[in-house]
Write a protein that binds this ligand. Sequence first.
Ligand SMILES: [Zn+2]
Length: 362
Amino acid sequence: MSSTPVIYSTAHLAHEGLIELQDGVVMPCYEMPQRAIAIRQALKAEGTYRFATPLEHGLDPILAVHDVELVRLLEHVWADAVEAGVTHGTRALIPDTFRTAAYVHGQASSQLPDSGPARLGAFCFDTATPIVAGTYEAARAAVDVALTTAERVLAGDRLAYGICRPPGHHAGRSLFGGYCFFNNAAIVAQRLVEGGASRVAILDLDYHHGNGTQQIFWERGDVLYVSLHADPRRAYPYFSGHAAEKGSGAGAGTTANFPLAARTDVEGYAAALDDALRRIADFAPDAPLVLSLGFDTFERDPIGDLALRTADYARLARMVGGLGLPVVALQEGGYAIDAIGANAVSFLNALRDALPATAGKT
Ligand SMILES: [Zn+2]
């Protein structure tokens, strides 16, 4: 049996010591290095995954999706903060003043503050996405992980998996938040388009709506974004992910959202996934499927409220495999550290077994 490539970088380890403000309480960030470590250990123990480090891809693929101002800010803000004495070199940077649409409504000025840390509030949308000394390098490495994973699939593997940390699907063109800085899945999809694909599909199975991915491709007819997620009427990120959001302009009809009720179990989830997969099949992608894979749908996830069990991921993966498309699987969320490895094994083993042997030739 051939082994499945897994791309992993140790750069994420320096994106650590994170805190977030949730419900008025400062607490350790749920998005912690142990997540990726646990997944890696569980796949290693399987013995059927071959591990590789990512190739460096430089900034161009990131700038194809993100505003250069966002990229520059993330690159320099930590050093700026240390120089200005803002963090004392230890405290994570979290913006406290946000340039919301309501703030700037009716004002002509787009002038931003001179100081890097003060500028963060113009590019960030929450208090859950702290920046520390190793954040930029980790975010860059996560993009390299994603792109290298895609290259394995383009080279003929039916499935490759990138342990992207930090995750990416909440990051928009000029926006970071939701533990995400660069949108790994969007960068891969864009790369596939630039490589000649005319129809690329992204399937997002994270518990949360991928507001960033939706935004980036909102007016694009060549990239279909399909997401199953907790209904934003009750769940983060609150302001996107409704079923009525379907894209606009050239992208009208190429966004599809499937909001889910609290405690949705595998039966309800599979019914929505069946509809989602039909949308993808109708779109007829001519590139590998880009899969934003989150395990915060798990029944014991500390920040989710769905009810999937470890064995359920195998069933869902077989459904995804039924598309017959090769899959670039990229890690997004999932915060039940004690189960995330088993959940990844359940999903990936089943997906590998479900994919037709010839899929890698697509
Ligand atoms: Zn999530």
